[in-house]
Design a protein around this ligand. Structure first.
Ligand code: G3H
Ligand code: 13P
Ligand code: ZN
Ligand code: NA
Length: 307
């Protein structure tokens, strides 16, 4: 059933695992993720970015999710707005049936981030909707803001932010970043900082964005069949598992799904040049999403069998 993620996170916190939050943009991606979650008997979060709302339309996405739950309601599912840029967009999603929203004020000065987050919390909570906020900046492109350097989350500020806003979960910056190019040299996360934040916020769910691992076999497949994805590097899976045992209850994955879909379609079309029925390549692409998500659920999140 469609649920507020509160209980998913309480169980994940206590059990030292995480719930995967996977970005959705179309029917095949939703089906692939839902089939994986159902097979793994895992709770799951379907997250919708403002770009996804623009591409597919909020109503289309919500009705696809409803359809998925009509077909199989065996695992708890939350629908979440990813990187909500404004109060108004959060409000539209809450009114449209989302069970969780992120208000991303991470680019704002501290006090303005607090004020904006508080405004969303005041609208969301009476309506039973969860609110994720963000403090600190991820390197790379964070929505419209290009930040060249990480501004890691300060543990004392995190406590003040949570107390003053009443937000339900907090996305933190400890060295991850969005997209396929996360590290120039060796992958490194600031686990001391994560531990400090987690110690100061006991029983509080933290969120890790930019958590794709960028599997090199998929990069290689893309490149083998005409792609040009050079120098891509992600977060090693063992680091994500470690974070999941340290108060991180939600781990966001988009890039790895994109890579799986694109590698699969490139390969299919290269090997079947005569084919032009979109179903011929979207079907294996949907299967590739399912395989990727099932792998994440089982080997990265640790949420198999927790539904
Ligand atoms: O954090 C961003 C997500 O990967 C969504 O990306 O805004 O291109 O849909 P998008
Ligand atoms: P990746 O780009 O690492 O998949 O991160 C996705 C994300 O954080 C969505 O909010
Ligand atoms: Zn993100
Ligand atoms: Na956890």
């Amino acid at each position: 059933p469609l649920t507020n993620p509160k209980e998913m996170f309480a169980a994940a916190y206590a059990g030292g695992y995480a719930v995967g939050a996977f970005n959705v943009n179309n029917m095949e991606i939703i089906q692939g993720i839902m089939n994986a979650a159902s097979e793994e008997k895992s709770p799951v979060i379907l997250q919708v970015s403002s770009g996804a709302r623009k591409y597919a339309g909020q109503d289309y996405i919500m009705k696809l999710v409803d359809a998925a739950l009509d077909v199989d309601a065996s695992v708890p599912v939350a629908v979440h707005l990813d990187h909500g840029p404004s109060f108004e967009m959060c409000r539209d999603c809450i009114d449209g049936g989302f069970t969780s929203v992120m208000i991303d004020g991470s680019h704002l000065p501290f006090e303005e981030n607090i004020a904006l987050t508080k405004q969303v919390v005041e609208y969301a909570h009476p309506r039973g909707v969860w609110v994720e906020a963000e403090l600190g900046k991820l390197a790379g492109i964070e929505e419209h803001v290009q930040s060249d350097e990480h501004v890691y989350t300060d543990p004392a500020e995190a406590v003040e932010f949570v107390e003053r806003t009443g937000c339900d979960s907090l996305a933190i910056a400890i060295g991850t970043s969005h997209g396929a190019y996360k590290f120039k040299g060796e992958a490194k996360l600031d686990f001391d900082r994560l531990e400090a934040i987690s110690k100061k916020l006991p029983d509080y769910p933290l969120v890790l964005h930019g958590a794709s691992s960028v599997p090199q076999e998929f990069v290689a497949l893309c490149n083998k069949y005409g792609g040009n994805v050079g120098g891509a590097k992600g977060v090693p899976e063992d680091m994500l598992r470690k974070a999941a045992g340290m108060g991180v209850c939600k781990i966001n994955v988009d890039t790895d799904i994109r890579l799986a879909v694109t590698a699969c379609i490139r390969q299919y079309l290269a090997e079947h040049p005569e084919e032009f029925d979109p179903r011929s390549y979207l079907k294996p692409a949907r299967e590739a999403v399912k395989k990727m998500v099932a792998h994440k659920i089982r080997n990265v999140m640790g949420s198999s069998g927790k539904a």
